[in-house]
Ligand binder design. Structure first.
Ligand SMILES: [Zn+2]
Ligand SMILES: [Zn+2]
Ligand SMILES: [Zn+2]
Ligand SMILES: [Zn+2]
Ligand SMILES: [Zn+2]
Length: 335
């Protein structure tokens, strides 16, 4: 194997780049350890589509100019570095395949292999050597935890397409709001769980609910003056369900007894109840006036607050012409 050493990165030249990576642990010698469980290949990243000479050229340029850390943002570039791609294949839990970062690392006292700490609590035998895991003998591998804490490892949603890389200190806050997180259907008694992109379809098929994907919507009410007068007798409703931040937000706007009433709700079940709070950023505008504000969004139909705006405040008292009212709603996490 011909190789070139460059800074901290050892680069294999020519076709070796490909065979080295394809072989995974085999090439590095570690794969011969019979205690090592076979690991499924990551499908999200496919290194073989790159031509090997361009990898070397690109890496030389990259490490030369911006150094080793420069490629941590872009997973595809990142994986063109042999060291980085090897770390990726070894730094995930062999049981749940999540990155071994942030949750603690369990180390088997008998065979020395690692899983994430939560996985080790699910089993009473080591998944590698089958040794009994007595509670007193569960140890954490603090050395490896410290090492991996500083490396930029993939978001746990890499399987669903997220290509963010995270060090331990940023992991939990990103993963909490990662838009690639699989979702659990929040509707009562429904056990559906799956990818974001299939969720909208599920809601339509199983619950006949149409969701708009996105964190905002603009509702336009034309002939507002006439509709205001009619609202004494007839309530008009504008209801939309938005799917964003891995949750469903129902926005209801009523035109009722000369009032514009707005209600926002995050749809959730007891299981999907979260401590994270969201707000609706509102902008209500007519040619006469623009109102702006932020309204907190309730969860699980508890403490639902209503916002009432008098219709008169949106139309000019001096003009008699028709008015168009535009309501812009944007859902964001409240910090
Ligand atoms: Zn590198
Ligand atoms: Zn695990
Ligand atoms: Zn073991
Ligand atoms: Zn992510
Ligand atoms: Zn469902």
């Amino acid at each position: 194997m011909s190789s070139v050493t460059y800074g901290q990165c050892l680069l294999y030249r020519g076709s070796d780049v490909q065979s080295g990576l394809e072989g995974g642990h085999e090439a590095g010698g570690l794969g011969n350890d019979p205690r090592e469980l076979p690991r499924p290949k990551r499908s999200a990243f496919n290194i073989s589509k790159y031509n090997s000479t361009s990898i070397v050229n690109k890496l030389l340029g990259e490490h030369d100019m911006i150094g080793h850390l420069a490629h941590q943002k872009d997973s595809e570039t990142h994986l063109q570095c042999l060291n980085c791609s090897e770390v990726d294949t070894m730094a995930d839990c062999g049981v749940c395949l999540d990155p071994l970062q942030g949750a603690g690392i369990f180390s088997c006292l008998m065979c020395g292999n690692n899983t994430c700490w939560p996985c080790s609590l699910q089993v009473d035998k080591c998944p590698f050597c089958r040794a009994a895991l007595l509670p007193d003998f569960r140890v954490r591998n603090l050395g490896m935890e410290r090492l991996l804490a500083k490396l930029a490892l993939p978001c746990k949603n890499y399987r669903w397409g997220c290509n963010r890389r995270l060090v331990e200190s940023e992991r939990s806050s990103h993963e909490e709001e990662c838009s690639f997180s699989p979702v659990t259907c929040p509707l009562h008694l429904c056990k559906w769980h799956g990818e974001n992109e299939h969720f909208v379809e599920h809601m339509k098929q199983s619950h006949s609910i149409s969701l708009l994907v996105g964190n905002g919507i603009t509702i336009e009410i034309s002939k507002f003056r006439t509709k205001t007068i009619l609202s004494d007798k007839k309530t008009r409703k504008y209801i939309v369900s938005l799917f964003c931040h891995s949750a469903i937000f129902t926005c209801k706007v009523f035109l009722h007894k000369k009032k514009l009433r707005m209600v926002f709700l995050k749809v959730c079940s007891a299981e999907s109840y979260s401590k994270k709070h969201f707000g609706a950023w509102l902008e209500i505008s007519s040619s006469f006036r623009t109102l702006k504000g932020i309204m907190p969004i309730a969860q699980c139909s508890q403490n639902v607050k209503e916002l009432d705006i008098s219709c008169q405040s949106l139309v000019s008292p001096w003009k008699k012409s028709e008015e168009q009212v535009k309501i812009t709603i944007t859902i964001r996490p409240l910090s």
